[in-house]
Ligand binder design. Structure first.
Ligand code: MG
Length: 400
């Protein structure tokens, strides 16, 4: 439906070049029930990170975006702050249109001359799309990214439903960009009765000129449960490898815990915890892959609560930190260095124990052992040393 074009939109559009400010409105006020999760979908994790955090980061890091205002549902502000920290936030309304309107008020109050409106459920936003949208605002009231429709379309549910000609059909994406004045006017003028599904149609309904720019498949909306797997697959991952090393002293009267397994021996390893040198070296290797310090950073020997602690909890902690960053452990490899006991008879037990602690298949856990030909402290059976190497993949944007 076309409406009468207000005077403000009929005048020749002045060029928008340098100057002014661009503020993004991130719409995250939906209840998102179609995704089927326990939380609204914008808070659901994609590669270890809430969707809202992905889309916010993409806007916030673009050099042409001066600020980002997040629109959240009433009652979700605390949850959004837990994800994003202390960023500009306003409460949304009962409809998408009302939520965007709340965001427009906030951006206008902040002096925006150009506004980007983006759906939080499109977590992966290439910078080039923002570039294209903003470039189009030089001589348009608005701009929206679009992709051509590739699938055959049909109307109706009969077996021979009417096929719809795809010519001229587009999939509309966000972020949509607007000059602030036509966007404000379009929202003020909208009287319904239908609820608009985007802002470009509102500006066009008033005769505003909206450019179509090239969208990106990365911007596909995450709506249904299957979309999450597709979104995960879009995450660029980087591989990281890190090492760990540890030594503990062998003493009479101690239990020998090695690789999470209690090994019968006339001496055991001494230390503040259970002194499991293999799990300690592996914990340090895993912490190294996310540059998260070492085992002493997380479990200080000065803290009495770790006295005699079982070291599998240290290893689980490191694995949990990796998981929280969307990381996946690919492979771990240990070399246990000692004269005695013989490691060979216990190798499979250690391997199975570490694979159980980390939730890794045993073919991703390698246990090796060596002596030092009776040289040095290990050769004199005064202690046991372990070297560990771990390889993980991390979402590249999280790692950045
Ligand atoms: Mg240690």
């Amino acid at each position: 439906m076309r409406r009468r074009c207000p005077r403000a939109l009929r005048r020749r559009i002045p060029p928008v070049t340098a100057g002014g400010s661009t503020i993004a409105i991130l719409v995250a006020a939906g209840s998102g029930t179609r995704a089927g999760g326990a939380v609204p979908k914008q808070f659901a994790l994609v590669a270890g990170r809430p969707m809202l955090a992905w889309s916010h980061a993409a806007l916030a890091r673009h050099p042409a975006v001066d600020d980002v205002v997040v629109v959240v549902a009433p009652g979700a502000a605390a949850r959004a702050r837990a994800v994003l920290g202390d960023v500009p936030m306003v409460l949304g309304g009962a409809t998408r249109r009302a939520s965007v309107a709340a965001g427009i008020d906030a951006t206008a109050a902040r002096g925006a001359t150009r506004v980007l409106v983006h759906d939080a459920a499109r977590p992966f936003l290439p910078a080039a799309v923002i570039d294209r949208v903003l470039a189009a605002l030089v001589d348009h009231d608005g701009a929206t990214p679009v992709l051509p429709v590739a699938d055959t379309l049909a109307r109706g549910d009969a077996l021979l439903a009417q096929t719809v000609d795809r010519t001229g059909l587009h999939r509309i994406q966000t972020p949509q960009g607007f000059r602030i004045d036509p966007l404000v006017t379009a929202h003020q003028a909208w009287t319904g009765p239908d609820e608009p599904t985007d802002d470009a149609q509102m500006v066009r309904a008033l005769g505003g000129r909206v450019a179509l720019v090239q969208g990106d498949a990365m911007l596909d909306k995450v709506t249904h449960p299957a979309d999450f797997a597709a979104a995960e697959a879009k995450v660029t991952r980087e591989t990281r490898t890190a090492i760990g090393y540890d030594v503990h002293r062998l003493e009479a009267g101690e239990e020998l815990w090695l690789g999470g397994v209690l090994i019968p021996h006339d001496k055991g390893l001494s230390g503040h915890s259970d002194a499991d040198v293999a799990l300690h070296a592996l914990t340090d290797a895993l912490l190294g892959t996310i540059a998260a310090g070492d085992i002493g950073t997380h479990f200080p020997p000065s803290d009495p609560q770790w006295k005699g602690a079982a070291s599998d909890r240290f290893l689980r902690h490191a694995a949990g930190l990796i998981e929280a960053r969307g990381g996946r452990i690919g492979f771990v490899d240990l070399t246990i260095i000692c004269e005695a006991p013989k490691i060979g008879p216990h190798r499979d037990a250690i391997r199975m124990r570490i694979s159980a602690i980390l939730g890794l298949s045993p073919d991703r856990v390698s246990i090796k052992a060596t002596t030092t030909e009776r040289l040095g402290f290990t050769g004199r059976a005064e202690g046991i040393a372990t070297q560990a190497v771990a390889t993980v993949t991390l979402p590249a944007t999280v790692a950045a």
